[in-house]
Design a protein around this ligand. Sequence first.
Ligand code: L34
Length: 295
Amino acid sequence: MAAQIIDGKEIARKVRERLIPRVANLQQQGVAPCLAVILVGTDPASVSYVTAKERALAEVGMTSRDIRLPADTTEEALLEHIRDLNGDPAVHGILVQLPLPSHIDEERILMAIDPAKDVDGFHPLSVGNMVLGRKTFLPCTPHGVLVLLRELGIPTKGAHAVVVGRSNIVGRPLANLLSGKDINATVTVCHTGTRDLASFTRQADILIAAVGRPHLITADMVKPGAVVIDVGVNRVEDPQSKKGYRLVGDVDFDAVLQVASYITPVPGGVGPMTIAMLLQNVLEAAESRLGPVCR
Ligand code: L34
């Protein structure tokens, strides 16, 4: 029997819908939740993600401050923007879309963001709090994956989760969150140094691919009945398509569909969840400015 295809768009819509009354509540108190979005350069994928984020914010009644900078922006100029936004009480969250041009030190930029406005959860203080299991902004893609599993009622306690990829924005934080007390999975992290990748992925009850390589995960690498979460968003050339490319994940979808119990599609899987969790973080950043909220 083929796997159930996880409808990330629908679950993301549900998450966003739950935010609407909370946004309205803030607005009644005279607070307009606002995310500053900084995009350096014109990478087409980044432009489309940033545009999607700003549209999604508007749809739930939040605002954005759109800051687009040329690709040759200096590190110092970018830092100056961040300092301005840190000090601006009308701005609740700051997002610097990654990747940055190679002449800019990404770590230095992320460290400059006020942790109280760090809605991406990329500041070392946020990462540290996450690792310690303390309340903090969780990075949006990993958090989105957890919410997908939760909304679908997929059992995680004692499950073997195998995470392929160790990026700072997905693999590492996700592996950490999955091993936390509330999720309680047993976690294996695989990466480019892993010998015999398939021998690990075949042991996964929950297999998460977050590498950025089309078709890395083939059907023979998946245990029958496994839950497969595909975080990869790769543009591959496709002369047949209008845009000249199509999106594929890291998983050989058609083949793995026949083996897995659940699988996320690309597009329409994890991507929309990333954006929904960002909105939630921006809302929470704005709420916490008011101090404890009565609900
Ligand atoms: N600072 N940089 C920062 N924060 C982030 O959380 C991100 N990320 C990643 C890249 N850089 C970042 C994103 O926002 C990846 N990412 C992201 C966000 C949304 C989508 C994909 C990646 C998304 O909506 N994907 C759609 C398809 C979009 C399309 O058609 O191109 C999907 O259905 O998968």
